[in-house]
Design a protein around this ligand. Structure first.
Ligand code: FAD
Length: 430
């Protein structure tokens, strides 16, 4: 259930194992949170609405798939530069050296804290032991931004287990397109625009999945929808899920990451080099907005913001995130930024997508075990959950989603007596 990375990986693994499966997808397209378009608002430039980097490349299974197909990969870190601003001006060399030192102190302190063990706390609490430094809040806000949640809401243990060490690669043509092209092809046909409504998961011989267009009976069902979708109750489970699974869903709320693209069609590039990441020093408790400037030479920058601020702005309406991004650019670059970003903009709204309901999930302090609890197969493998939420060390990533989809296939129970029945009335689409 679900044709995001996890569902496509599961379907491909089933096909390789000679199993029959039907992949149900609620949306009219495959890829889920990996989604590339060329929006008119950005003059037709490539835009990854969701995932764009292959993080932790050295252990990311999608890297091997890209290499096997000869898809060009670029190391995002070697082509990226940084621009940091303090109080409306570029940071001095001394300030940048202080920033580097604060980052190194943070990394060392967090590693030491993890090695000590002890009870889980929030990431913010773990960082509160650091010696005072004007860059501490910025370093912490970076981590919170990547986790799509506020530092005081994040489990330190889960954050540490999911640290994305290693290289970050970009795949030519966008990650969403890559997922459709490569994982979609390996997965085979997908029945799109068909949300599952109900899963009867303790029937003799397997499961029954009810949709508006009919039902499917199968040996097992692998559910890869987000924890936001699970928590919303739009999919009924019959019987109700066991209390530990229900608790795991509740303990894995969705974080939010919003991307805001702003176009500058004039000549002024504001002294921001192509592909630089620009941001300002923030005060304690303030969220960070980071701008990825002129990707691939395009005439736009993409602001990233996350956590509570992202949810607040998404609730405030379609233009609120854009207004925030413009204000941030003004704080960094002055009113020159108002003149430069003279054109249309685009802001993602993953929290409002009924089939996703956020960016990716995170456990709070003390709840780091929820990922493995959700991944525990039910009814001897008749019902198995998978997806980014279910990976203990690559949570929130396409790599983690992929691996958890493949793992679910190993745990699923197969009904060899009866063949899983694909819906006769379905016309599978790709
Ligand atoms: C803004 C943003 C930036 C990100 N950046 C990165 C990044 O750079 N690198 C990275 O690795 N990861 C990134 N991620 C995270 C990554 O996109 C996800 O972790 C991953 O794509 C999740 O895959 P999944 O298969 O678990 O879930 P999904 O992609 O959500 O797939 C689940 C599918 O289930 C479908 N569905 C929902 N309800 C039903 C139903 N009732 N019946 C049938 N189908 C249903 C959905 O439509 C969806 O297609 C980012 C995410 C966001 C939002």
């Amino acid at each position: 259930m679900g044709a995001g990375v996890a569902g496509l990986a599961a379907a491909a693994a089933l096909r390789r194992a000679g199993r029959r499966c039907t992949v149900l997808e609620a949306a009219g397209r495959i890829g889920g949170r990996a989604f590339t378009t060329r929006p008119a608002a950005l003059g037709g430039a490539l835009f990854d609405h969701g995932a764009s980097w292959l993080h932790a490349a050295e252990r990311n299974p999608l890297v091997a798939i890209a290499r096997a197909h000869g898809d060009a990969l670029r190391d995002a870190d070697t082509i990226r530069t940084w621009r940091s601003f303090v109080g409306g001006r570029a940071a001095s060399a001394g300030e940048l050296a202080d920033y580097d030192a604060a980052e190194a102190r943070f990394a060392a302190a967090m590693a030491e804290r993890a090695a000590q063990g002890g009870p889980d706390t929030s990431l913010a609490q773990a960082a509160s032991a650091l010696p005072d430094d004007p860059w501490n809040a910025t370093v912490l806000a970076w981590e919170a931004l990547i986790a799509a949640a506020d530092a005081d809401a994040l489990s330190f243990r889960d954050w540490h287990a999911n640290t994305l060490e290693g290289s970050n690669l970009l795949v030519a043509g966008g990650l969403g397109r890559f997922v459709v092209r490569r994982l979609g092809a390996a997965a085979g046909p997908v029945v799109c625009s068909t949300p599952a409504r109900r899963i009867e998961w303790q029937r003799r011989g397997g499961v029954r999945v009810v949709t508006d267009r009919g039902t499917i009976e199968a040996g097992a069902c692998i559910v890869t929808v987000s924890t936001g979708v699970l928590a919303s109750g739009v999919i009924a489970f019959d019987p109700a899920l066991p209390p530990p699974t229900q608790a795991a869903v509740r303990l894995l709320p969705m974080g939010l990451l919003t991307k805001i693209a702003l176009r500058a069609t004039g000549e002024d590039r504001l002294d921001l080099p192509p592909r630089c990441a620009a941001h300002r020093q923030v005060a304690p408790g303030e969220a960070l907005t980071v701008f990825n400037c002129w990707p691939d030479g395009a005439d736009h920058v993409i602001g990233f913001l996350g956590g509570g601020l992202a949810w607040e702005l998404e609730r405030a309406g379609p233009r609120a995130a854009e207004a925030h991004a413009r204000a941030e650019l003004r704080r960094m670059l002055g009113t020159r930024a108002d003149r430069a970003f003279d054109r249309a903009s685009l802001a993602t709204r993953w929290g409002s997508d009924p089939f996703i309901r956020g960016a990716y999930c995170y456990p709070g302090p003390g709840d780091a075990g929820a990922r493995l609890e959700l991944a525990r197969p039910l009814a001897d493998g008749a019902l198995v959950f998978a997806g980014e939420a279910c990976h203990p060390t690559l949570g929130g990533t396409v790599g983690g989603a992929f691996l958890s989809g493949e793992r679910a296939v190993r745990l699923a129970r197969f009904c060899d007596r009866g063949k899983p029945s694909a819906l006769a009335t379905f016309r599978p689409e790709r």
